[in-house]
Design a protein around this ligand. Structure first.
Ligand code: BG6
Length: 518
């Protein structure tokens, strides 16, 4: 298929006004669960990039909190993590300056008595660095500790800053099901009111996810066709080649539906389907997202399928099946793949099927949204076709690549040159982020951390949104818990998932698009 590249003209780029970046007020960022992978691989590199871009306040401190006795080695380990994340030399003076803001405090999350010590330590740092009372508590621990930590912070009076602000930022999962999510919200909100709570879904920090709003609402040509009159169906795929990466105990409880579908994929769906918000402020955007989720027709249990990978070959290497992964039950029924069909019953989308799938150990890593448009009347081309058979003209297709190869491609038909019979060939206009703007090192967390420090909740979840999406999936989760619809394992590592997922689309005369990426 022919491809037309699209580029940004340097003169256009130079005319983009530099945004007036706001710098947060002086602040102590307290990371609970700081000895975990997330802090080292994502959070600290993101904070360092913010520092390099002069987006952190001059007076700030990062305090890692965890159970292990790490002491000063913590800051050095974070330094190594930043270097490993790339883009910085070990002898960079800026790195040393940044690391001088990091310290560690050892604490047992569920031991109330140790929180007084934490409070005293934060007050000491505050005085030393003249912070002025602002605190952002980042909960990156296992989810069972969230509520207890929040309550202990509350008991020590750390949820209401005497001067400045106190905010809590919570990593997913927000509960295990609807009831536990409600209970967590209740306990968190008993200490921190909703306007001090930041529930993070890192997908919302991705540039390409935010670009969905720009693509839809800053361009005049797409919105008129963005509805049931022109769109045939939509597919959303979050395919991973990785397995569970040593996270057995977590994944055994979560599974693909809870881990990715209920949160990241619902965000992608909302961004594609929402009505134009009146502004990009938290309240306005969240209201539109909630309207989309509320309009989803209850998903029949038979419209959802699950799978679990067995052994297979990936990149020429043999990989083990899920049940043979570390710390996984050899008879596990956790799903590593989930797919479903849903419909949104509102004026824009009624009758348009949405097919969503996510899985581990699939053939290719790709997060992509593909929007297939309805065919126009094609009779004239078929009459012109050579021979006895009609030519198959492919429908217009818009592919939005969230990652990797971030970009957007539009497929349309073009006349094959010199063909006397009006032969039509699909061609693609392709906008590629990296070619157009150069490589971005942002990992999503930069934007989200900065927004939280600035007190902007737009890209964070409200408790209502979390509860609406849980409610949507409860019947499926309950049905799967009682009776796994397939015999596991039911797909090979390195394949595109179980056959039952193909049948879900075959019923509608469609197939998954497996030509993902560029
Ligand atoms: C996380 C899930 O939230 O998202 C992981 O817990 C998953 O299982 C990850 O791999 C996917 O994120 P990304 O940014 O790599 O697409």
């Amino acid at each position: 298929m022919a491809t037309i590249q699209m580029r940004v003209r340097p003169e256009d780029l130079s005319q983009v006004p530099k945004s007036q970046e706001r710098i947060p007020e002086p602040m102590i960022l307290v990371i609970f669960g700081a000895s975990g992978d997330l802090t080292r691989r994502k959070l600290l590199p993101a904070l360092f990039h913010l520092r390099q871009a002069n987006l952190l306040p001059e007076r700030f401190a990062i305090v890692g909190v965890a159970r292990r006795p790490l002491g000063p080695t913590f800051a050095q380990d974070m330094r190594a993590g930043i270097i490993e994340s790339g883009g910085v030399e070990a002898n960079d003076a800026k790195l040393d300056e940044f690391v001088s803001h990091i310290s560690y405090f050892q604490l047992n999350f569920d031991d109330p008595s140790s929180y007084a010590g934490l409070k005293a330590e934060l007050e000491r740092i505050d005085k030393e660095r003249n912070i002025g009372g602002n605190r952002l508590f980042y909960l990156a621990t296992a989810s069972e500790f969230f509520a207890g930590i929040v309550e202990n912070l509350g008991a020590q009076g750390m949820a209401q800053a005497e001067h400045g602000v106190a905010e809590v930022l919570i990593e997913k999962p927000f509960g295990h099901d609807l009831d536990s999510a409600r209970e967590l919200d209740r306990r968190v909100n008993a200490v921190f009111p909703e306007n001090q709570v930041y529930r993070i879904d890192h997908y919302l920090g991705k540039e390409t996810v935010q670009n969905l709003l720009v693509f839809r609402f800053a361009n005049g040509i797409f919105e008129p066709v963005w509805n049931r009159n022109y769109i045939d169906h939509v597919q959303i795929t979050v395919a991973e080649t990785l397995g569970i990466e040593g996270r057995g105990p977590f994944y055994e409880k979560a599974g693909a539906l809870r881990d990715v579908m209920q949160n990241h994929m619902m965000e992608l769906l909302a961004m594609i389907c929402l009505e134009p918000p009146s502004s990009f402020e938290a309240e306005s955007l969240r209201r539109e997202k909630h309207k989309v989720w509320r309009a989803i027709h209850p998903i029949p249990v038979q419209d959802a399928v699950c799978g679990q990978y067995g052994p297979g070959i990936m990149g020429g290497e043999h990989v083990v099946g899920y049940r043979d992964e570390e710390r996984v039950n050899p008879q596990s029924t956790a799903e590593t793949y989930a797919a479903l069909r849903l419909e949104i019953e509102n004026w824009r989308w009624a009758g348009v099927p949405f097919y969503l799938r996510t899985g581990k150990r699939l053939k290719k890593r790709a997060t992509e949204i593909s929007i297939e448009f309805k065919q126009p009347p094609l009779l004239i081309f078929n009459r012109m076709a050579t021979g006895n058979h009609c030519q198959e003209i492919q429908p217009n297709l818009l592919k939005i690549r969230i990652q990797p190869d971030e970009g957007i491609a539009l497929r349309f038909g073009a006349k094959v040159p010199t063909s006397p019979s009006m032969a039509v060939c699909p061609v693609t206009m392709d906008f590629d982020y990296e070619t157009a703007f150069g490589k971005s090192s942002a990992n999503g967390y930069e934007r989200l951390l900065l927004d939280a420090m600035l007190g902007d909740q737009t890209l964070f979840l409200h408790r209502d949104g979390v509860e609406i999406t849980w409610a949507l999936f409860m019947p499926i989760l309950q049905a799967w818990a009682e009776n796994k619809p397939d015999l596991f394992p039911n797909y090979f590592a390195g394949s595109w998932g179980p056959d039952s997922a193909d049948r879900l689309l075959e019923r509608d005369g469609r197939a998954w698009r497996n030509d993902l990426g560029r």
